[in-house]
Write a protein that binds this ligand. Structure first.
Ligand code: NIG
Ligand code: FE
Length: 418
């Protein structure tokens, strides 16, 4: 049995409180000054003031970890990533800088389709090495749980190659990975003239097979202009729901096609992006339990001034989360601290709201709020310590990684000297 007494937390952000967080409660971080934690094996067994925790009998025989006044928070839960892709698309980045749009590049066969071609050529071993390196990067930036989507295989063999790799990575390295089947990312080239047939193949064959094999928990559709229609997305996500895959939706990134409403209709776990929603959508989302997962890395990387209406969503009472959307086309970052900086400066979220939107709310959207997203007795000892004078400085210092220690399930997986 391993025991840790973790002290020296100048601010311990417990995130104790209602789940999910809406409205004003989003900014409530449950802060304990000069806090401490007692960890037994993978779980938190006590959390409170240093004086109280140090006085516990179990604390005496624990290994001591004094964080020397750092700010400590639950490890970030990154609820939207496309972890498995072979290489960057820096060539398209440069084309966009010279004026070609993301959608125009996609229409001319680049974009997602160029990553699909590359992933089909890549060996599982090479994809695995790249993914492991990235996972160490996530951990180094304070992330302890992430969601990861397939969707760059788009034929049966390569979708399975991706999902099996995710399953192996979940078992072999410390971070928890929740898998999402995104067979409906785009229509693959071999189905270009038979789009309906591809939708039927997904709904009738691939989805049931993925669910039966236990290869994914969630099902996602890129439902947008240039991708799948609302009717197609409904067909696919209902098929997923019927075999136990919980829906998530890429919605309203480029156009308002009705995807946000579909997320509500299907009681999706999450509607992601939402840059193009309107006031009616905001009201409807606020009345639902769909988590609005905002991805400000996309607008930043695409050089698009329009961000999702975070302020209006929060003020209306919607459940808001933040994620990296780590992917080679629209958001090549694995840094949640950078996403927090963008959320604050570009979407006018407060630092406290951004932290809750990066921990407890995404844990709820992944249905892991019983184990992750807050520092409470009984939950995983998943935490990140930052070398800052107060939590506001986490987003304030942008483009810097001030995470100096990450613990996952009671094991230190990243540590750097101040
Ligand atoms: O979330 N919009 C669809 N999927 C990704 C982009 C994937 C890519 O361009 O490779 C996104 O932005
Ligand atoms: Fe995405």
């Amino acid at each position: 049995m391993s025991h840790w007494l973790i002290s020296g937390c100048s601010e311990l952000l417990t995130l104790l409180g209602p789940v999910p967080r809406r409205g004003r409660a989003l900014g409530d971080l449950g802060i304990i000054r000069d806090g401490a934690l007692l960890v037994r094996d993978d779980r938190i067994v006590a959390v409170g003031s240093r004086r109280r925790i140090e006085g516990l009998r179990e604390a005496r025989r624990a290994q001591k970890l004094d964080l020397g006044g750092r700010v400590v928070l639950p490890g970030f839960v990154d609820s939207h990533t496309h972890l498995i892709f072979p290489a960057s698309r820096a060539d398209e980045y440069e084309q966009r800088i010279s004026g070609k749009t993301y959608e125009a590049i996609a229409r001319s066969g680049g974009g997602i389709r160029s990553t699909v071609a590359a992933l089909r050529r890549a060996s599982p071993a090479a994809l695995r090495e790249t993914a492991l390196r990235r996972l160490r990067g996530f951990a180094a930036h304070g992330t302890t749980t992430l969601e990861a989507k397939s969707g760059y295989g788009l034929d049966w063999k390569n979708e399975v190659k991706t999902l099996v790799l995710l399953q192996q990575l979940h078992q072999e390295q410390p971070l928890d990975i929740a898998a999402t089947f995104l067979g409906a990312h785009v229509v693959p080239p071999e189905f270009r003239r038979r789009r309906g047939a591809f939708v039927e193949l997904l709904a009738d064959r691939w989805i049931p097979a993925v669910a039966t094999a236990g290869l994914a928990e969630f099902c996602d559709v890129f439902c947008d202009r240039g991708a799948f229609t609302v009717a197609q997305a409904r067909r696919i996500l209902q098929a997923g729901r019927a075999c136990g895959l919980v829906p998530r939706i890429h919605a309203a990134q480029f156009a308002r096609t009705g995807a946000a409403r579909l997320a509500i209709e299907l009681q999706a776990a999450s509607a992601d992006h939402l840059e193009k929603i309107n006031a009616d959508d905001i009201r409807a989302l606020a009345l639902s339990n769909v988590v609005c997962t905002l991805l400000p890395g996309c607008s930043f990387h695409l050089g698009d001034a329009q961000h999702a209406p975070a302020r209006a969503l929060i003020d209306a009472g919607a459940i808001v989360a933040l994620a990296t959307d780590f992917n080679p086309g629209t958001s090549p970052t694995l840094s949640m601290p950078m996403i927090l900086s963008l959320a604050c400066a570009q979407m006018r979220m407060t630092p406290a709201e951004a932290i809750a939107a990066a921990t407890i709310n995404p844990a709820y959207s992944l249905r892991q709020h019983d184990r992750a997203g807050s520092l409470e007795v009984g939950k995983y000892a998943d935490l990140a310590a930052f070398d800052v004078a107060g939590y506001r400085e986490i987003p304030y210092y942008f483009g810097m990684n001030l995470c100096s220690l990450t613990m996952k399930r009671g094991v230190v997986i990243h540590s750097k000297k101040p």
